[in-house]
Design a protein around this ligand. Structure first.
Ligand SMILES: CC(=O)SCCNC(=O)CCNC(=O)[C@H](O)C(C)(C)COP(=O)(O)OP(=O)(O)OC[C@H]1O[C@@H](n2cnc3c(N)ncnc32)[C@H](O)[C@@H]1OP(=O)(O)O
Ligand SMILES: CC(C)C(=O)C(=O)O
Ligand SMILES: [Mg+2]
Length: 520
């Protein structure tokens, strides 16, 4: 490998990814995802936007202290207080980075009401300030792909002269196309003095479904850092998906001879964890990490794969950490088999966690004839989302439904106290949610209620996702159970538990601002 072909992977799941409405993660979840990113070999973790809230600041600071290998970066607007706050958070890292940005296209220049010269001056001042604090500064002209080329060259040159070591070229609204994405990087490399001394990064959004293609095109033209997120999480249609660019460069290394430091066998584990904590399920036919990405159902494909797997598979499931296994799981399986199966599915569990999961697994196996891999994934997601230390816990549920009406009798543990409610509703789920509201009154608005059958069969588990909003705080809950109504109540209660934590952690003001940004 030559250094000139090494592409840095900059993961922004915890910053741009978390900007997806509803994808808000808890502090503990952010630390956990950051550790997984660090272990999988991500070069730079963009851990958050420190000035956005106390919660963001705390998460970035702790991730900076925790990261063993990756550089840790925070985002800051082109404002001195933002940059100072960002530095306060990232300075604990072995290799801190400040990322500062401002919108340079005509549309974005109008927002802070700066003319071209005033904006150029602001860029000079803020990048210089950042560089005086930190020797690792990234600068982004937001909406670069809709910025006039002459002006883009001018401001990139200013940022380089002021000390930026990485220049990121964002396609903020997912507007560009592969050839244009490549031409832009080539143009900057050719025209901007000093461009060969810094690293160009590409940051693509997926509004037209071209984020991966655009990022790879930019690399072919000379960019050496890709900004991306796990599962392509991010604003609107999302960002470039880490797993897609990494696997594309690996599988088609013949035509894209670039290397990354990513341990690809960690992909499936982190993909599942991000899906669980963000509440954004991965679509079945998603490239690389979708449930169907390595499944063959039609006869001709199955016949081909049985004769030679390469007929219909361009990469091995094991390459992304998905290991085929012959271990059939059921009520007679023991801990060793469960641990092996979990490892195959991308989960590394400690002894205590294994004990807890094993109890849940046995309870499931008692109720279900066959326990499939997907059942175990659902069970893991449920265990992570709902724990015995939650403030609200479902104790008993009895539901009556049918043509004569629907009612629910629910007992919840609220702190240390058991509380009971009996209610009716428009259907059994509505009756249950009314019961929860009677026991734990709240004003949160239900934004999403979604049910998926995990496998086939009438004894299949249902996974339920619930998303709610209160005073600008958006929270999600998830649960799995063979009883769809019970899973619904557990997911609803899970979302409320997160809301309770968010109420304690944040003031209403900071979160309300997030909402106003989303609605723009
Ligand atoms: C493309 C991207 O992903 S950009 C990143 C988006 N992420 C976020 O916005 C994270 C969450 N945001 C927040 O928490 C808040 O918006 C904060 C804390 C950053 C700012 O809150 P407020 O000070 O109340 O400002 P508000 O959100 O109402 O408006 C944004 C302000 O920042 C200014 N601004 C926006 N981007 C930049 C920038 N890059 N550099 C300088 N100023 C900027 C706007 O002009 C506006 O200022 P104004 O009110 O004086 O006109
Ligand atoms: C902050 C910048 C880099 C961004 O996320 C974008 O322009 O999409
Ligand atoms: Mg972005």
């Amino acid at each position: 490998m030559t250094d000139k072909n090494r592409v840095l992977i900059f993961d922004t799941t915890l910053r741009d990814g978390e900007q997806s409405p509803g994808a808000t993660m808890s502090h503990a979840e952010k630390l956990e995802i950051a550790q997984m990113l660090d272990e999988m070999g991500v070069d730079i973790i963009e851990a958050g936007f420190p000035i956005a809230s106390e919660g963001d600041f705390a998460a970035v600071s702790e991730i900076a202290r925790q990261a063993q290998n990756a550089q840790v970066c925070g985002l800051a607007r082109a404002q001195i207080p933002d940059i100072d706050r960002c530095w306060e958070a990232v300075k604990h890292a072995r290799r801190p980075r400040i990322h500062t940005f401002i919108g340079t296209s005509p549309l974005h220049r109008a927002i802070p009401n700066l003319d071209m010269d005033q904006m150029a001056e602001r860029i000079h001042q803020t990048v210089t300030h950042a560089r005086n604090l930190c020797d690792n500064v990234q600068w982004s002209p937001m909406d670069a792909t809709r910025t006039e080329h002459d002006y883009l060259c001018r401001v990139v040159e200013i940022a380089i002269k002021a000390g930026a070591t990485t220049i990121n070229i964002p396609d903020t609204v997912g507007y560009t196309a592969p050839r244009e994405s490549a031409d832009l990087i080539r143009m900057l490399l050719e025209r901007v003095p000093g461009a060969d001394e810094i690293i160009f990064a590409t940051h693509c959004h997926n509004d037209l479904g071209m984020a991966t293609a655009n990022a790879l095109a930019a690399v072919e033209a000379g960019a050496r850092q890709i900004e991306c997120t796990i599962n392509g999480l991010g604003e609107r249609a999302g960002n470039t998906a880490l797993e897609e660019v990494v696997m594309a460069m690996r599988v088609r290394n013949d035509i894209m001879p670039y290397q990354t430091g990513i341990d690809t066998t960690k992909i499936i584990g982190i993909s599942r964890r991000v899906a669980a904590v963000s509440g954004f399920a991965v679509q079945y036919n998603k490239a690389i990490v979708g449930k169907n990405a390595f499944l063959h159902e039609s006869g001709i494909h199955q016949d081909g794969v049985l004769k030679n797997v390469e007929t219909f598979e361009i990469m091995r499931p094991a390459d992304i950490g998905l290991n085929e296994t012959n271990i059939a799981m059921g009520k007679h399986s023991g801990r060793a088999a469960l641990r092996a199966k979990l490892r195959d599915l991308g989960y590394e569990v400690g002894d205590n966690q294994l004990k807890d999961v094993f109890v849940r697994f046995k309870a499931l196996a008692d109720r279900k004839k066959e326990v499939y891999d997907d059942d175990i994934v659902a069970l893991m997601q449920d265990s992570a989302a709902n724990t015995d230390s939650d403030h609200l816990q479902v104790r008993h549920l009895r539901v009556v439904c049918g043509s004569d009406g629907q009612s629910a009798a629910l007992t919840l543990l609220v702190g240390d106290e058991e509380k009971r409610a009996e209610t009716t509703g428009d259907g059994p789920v509505d009756a249950c949610f009314n019961a929860v509201r009677q026991i734990f009154p709240h004003e949160a608005r239900l934004l999403l209620y979604q049910v998926h059958a995990v496998t086939e069969g009438t004894d299949a588990q249902a996974t339920v996702s619930v998303r709610m909003e209160e005073d600008g705080r958006i929270v999600t809950g998830q649960a799995a159970d063979t009883d769809t109504i019970l899973a619904s109540v557990k997911a609803y209660v899970g979302a409320l538990n997160r809301l309770i934590v968010r109420r304690e952690m944040t003031g209403p003001d900071s979160d309300a601002k997030q909402i106003s940004m989303y609605s723009h």
